[in-house]
Ligand binder design. Structure first.
Ligand code: GDP
Length: 320
């Protein structure tokens, strides 16, 4: 089943890894959020793309959720000695990724081309596409003023209360590769990523929301909220601050029946199934907390089986 996944960082990468175990590489394309990207120490850093790339390459740090497993921090210590900025920590191997990316961008390659090059070098066979080639930074309007996403998220540890997430206008242009990935997909999956700051920036890319709303293919989301809480990070807190119900029902309402054909929610929230279905969105309670590799594969298989049962014309699994 040709599957295109809209993904942020950690939550997205876990599901993408599971899908990569059950789909053939050519069946899986990931549209990665670049709203979190930053220029730091002179380098172009794409945290969400890198989390997905390192996860697929088997190099991700499972504890921190960012960076390379077992990385050293010699360069950061050196920066600290010069009193340079160290609030955004970068491991030595990770820095190599940003150096290579920055050099290739300066040579005139697009971010799509650079990402393909980096993935290829790490042996990643699935297609990872940045949502856009032009920078499309997400800003966060807080009680303490407007902050760049990473200033708010990392430097301020997501403490200032959020009043609004500000996405770029005019909307960033989609690359031809992104349009093709949406067009070719049998299934579009919205990963259990933060809806407000990981998925919304991707939907804000020109033509992406429209492609999902065109109803030409199945669009299924996985709730990042389980039992009223986010598994990790600020999603629940932000949803509450923005007046949303912190539950899979709140997630379903926020994406809306115009966009979603189905929502996978955790079995802990099974009682919300009728309310979600009353919105006109099919709902599947499942085991969605991905603590182990087998949880990730289990969830990926379960979603593909469910979609296959709703759309038997789609070939369920890949050649692997
Ligand atoms: P970030 O850019 O690293 O914050 O990553 P994402 O936006 O992709 O992921 C953060 C979201 O993933 C949070 O809202 C978490 O609740 C959710 N998440 C992380 N792990 C899991 C999991 O195992 N299951 C589910 N359902 N959600 C998860």
């Amino acid at each position: 089943m040709r599957t295109t996944v809209l993904a942020g960082g950690v939550g997205g990468a876990k599901l993408v890894w599971g899908l990569a175990q059950v789909l053939a590489p050519e069946e899986l394309t990931i549209l990665g959020n670049t709203g979190d990207d930053l220029t730091h120490l002179g380098l172009t850093i794409c945290p969400d793309l890198d989390t997905v790339m390192y996860t697929l390459a088997g190099m991700a740090d499972p504890d921190s959720g960012w960076g390379v497993k077992g990385d050293s921090f010699g360069a950061m210590e050196s920066v600290a000695r010069y009193r340079g900025s160290t609030w955004f920590r970068l491991g030595d191997q990770d820095l190599g990724t940003h150096l290579a990316r920055t050099e290739l961008l300066a040579a005139g390659l697009t971010l799509t081309q650079v990402t393909a090059h980096l993935c290829h070098a790490l042996g990643v066979r699935q297609r990872l596409l940045p949502m856009a080639d032009q920078p499309a930074p997400t800003l966060v309007d807080t009680a303490e003023g407007v902050l760049s996403f990473q200033e708010w998220f990392v430097r301020r540890r997501w403490q200032p209360a959020v009043r609004k997430v500000i996405l770029p206008l005019p909307r960033p242009a989609a690359s031809s590769q992104v349009l093709e990935a949406l067009d070719m997909a049998d299934l579009i999956l919205i990963a259990p990523s933060n809806p407000l700051v990981s998925v919304a920036p991707i939907l804000n890319v020109s033509s992406v929301r429209e492609a999902l709303e065109s109803r030409q293919r199945m669009v299924v989301a996985v709730s990042p909220i389980i039992g009223g809480r986010a598994v990790k990070g600020p999603a629940a807190k932000m949803m509450a601050q923005l007046g949303m119900e912190v539950s899979p029902l709140g997630v379903a309402r926020w994406y809306g029946a115009g966009l979603l054909s189905g929502l996978v929610l955790d079995q802990a929230d099974e009682s919300l199934t009728p309310a979600i279905e009353a919105l006109g969105i099919a709902a599947l309670p499942a085991s969605t907390w991905m603590r182990t590799d087998s949880d990730r594969i289990g969830l990926a298989s379960c979603i593909l089986d469910w979609v296959g049962s709703m759309r038997p014309d789609l070939n369920q699994k890949g050649a692997r």
